[in-house]
Ligand binder design. Structure first.
Ligand code: GTR
Length: 423
């Protein structure tokens, strides 16, 4: 069945003809390929040769395929997004910026709200902005005593968290993951929210946005309808709804950033929303910018991630645990959907779990879609750049020494990439 399908919900605002999920075969009936599928070849084998056909046919098809087989359904966009400033400090960070916490409300009153911590550089508005979800809770990221402490489930190991509950002990204890001052110093605004506002990271508990839909519970806590990474990406889009209406921010210059599972989120959020001008999944690994068809035996596999984190991806993704060759896409196709917007994949040598070399392969295998556009060439480096050296092509790459973390050195690279592509 091929139907005119409105994909407005995916942010593309065009009506086009694409295969509907009803056309998609069950996983065991899909053709096998040990190579990453070419993003410019349709599911039925038709080769896409123009930017127009890419945007009208293949890009929408890929968005449907990723929802159907991996992340679950993109939820409807709420009708109205409203914001309330909870506090403001116009002389934050020694006068370098204005800091606010903003309560963002959408949907019916009983739905979760997002608490956005936003800093805007003094005298430099409208400013470009880095935005994304955080693991720790806003109160850990800055010292201001007015920042709200989330009552929701929190990650163990976070400063001040006991029995998965945050406390004032964590205030200002994690200053280098989202280094507000460093970002302001470079002339950018920064906006982040605790990811648990949208969906706390535990399977099979009907809380957060998961509790708002009648989703049957999948096997082992997997979500049949919308999986957790998709909810997180959708939450990022609600922040974008607010940000683009804020006159202090330049709506055309937004970069989405996330680390690890939140890097998976950043990539998905970027792929599904053109308002995000630059996409930076940091150490995102399997289910993010790491290939599902991995050749790195130190890297996390699809099977392993599906067993460890059954709720991150949809039930249908489990069908590929022992046969990733059947996947009708690989993560290169998710990067391709971001095109022609710049994407930067950042990694660390000791973080083989996130598959740094596989991510470079993904970047190269996304290039055919970018090459449909009239862009400066090459869109991607010919080989992986040496450690510590940023390849700032439109499909950019960076690897540093060290381990799995997000720190001010990484932010220097994110900001350098922004200076090239957002200024
Ligand atoms: C790991 C997981 C990775 C990555 C990481 C993180 O345990 O296997 O895929 O997401 O967690 O988010 O820190």
């Amino acid at each position: 069945m091929r139907l005119p399908l409105s994909i407005a919900a995916l942010g593309a605002f065009v009506v086009t003809t694409v295969a509907t999920p009803a056309d998609f075969p069950p996983p065991n009936k899909l053709p096998a390929s040990t190579e990453m599928p070419n993003p410019t070849v349709m599911l039925d084998g038709t080769k896409i040769a123009t930017q127009k056909d890419w945007e009208a046919k293949r890009r929408p098809e890929l968005k449907e395929l990723f929802q159907h087989y991996m992340y679950g359904k993109y939820p409807a966009k709420p009708g109205k997004v409203t914001a309330k400033v909870l506090f403001e400090d116009a002389k934050a960070f020694g006068g370098k910026g204005t800091l606010r916490e903003i309560e963002i409300t959408f949907g019916p009153p009983e739905w979760p709200k997002v608490y956005l911590l936003l800093a805007v550089p003094t005298g430099k508005t409208p400013a470009p902005c880095y935005l994304g979800p955080n693991f720790q809770g806003n109160h850990c990221l800055v010292a201001d005593e007015r920042v709200r402490i989330t009552p929701d489930w929190c990650y163990p190991g976070t400063p001040g968290v006991k029995n998965n509950k945050a406390s004032a002990e964590g205030r200002g204890k994690v200053l280098d993951v989202w280094p507000f001052e460093q970002i302001l110093d470079r002339g950018y605004a920064v906006a982040t929210f605790y990811v648990g506002d949208i969906q706390p990271d535990r399977p099979a508990v009907r809380e957060g946005m998961r509790a708002t839909i009648p989703s049957p519970r999948g096997e082992g806590g997997a979500e049949d309808e919308t999986a957790t990474v998709m909810w997180w990406a959708w939450g990022v889009h609600r922040v974008v709804d607010y940000i683009v209406a804020n006159k202090e921010i330049d709506a055309k210059r937004l970069a989405v950033v996330g680390h690890s599972r939140l890097g998976k989120t950043a990539l998905l959020a970027g792929a599904l929303d053109d308002r995000l001008a630059v996409v930076i999944p940091h150490q995102s690994g399997c289910g993010g910018a790491g290939p599902s068809r991995s050749r790195n035996d130190k890297a996390e596999s699809v099977k392993r991630i599906n067993i460890s984190f059954p709720h991150w991806f949809s039930t249908s993704f489990k069908a590929f645990n022992d046969d990733t060759a059947k996947l009708p896409f690989d993560q290169n196709c998710l990067v391709a959907i971001c095109g022609p917007r710049p994407v930067l994949l950042t990694n660390a040598e000791d973080d083989q779990w996130a598959n740094p070399s596989g991510q470079f392969d993904v970047l190269q295998a996304a290039a055919p879609a970018y090459e449909l556009y009239d862009l400066a060439k090459p869109v991607v480096a010919a080989r992986m750049p040496e450690t510590g050296k940023l390849s700032d092509n439109r499909l950019g790459y960076f690897i540093r020494t060290g381990k799995h973390s997000m720190n001010p050195d990484d932010w220097k690279v994110f900001l350098d990439f922004g200076d090239k592509w957002l200024k």
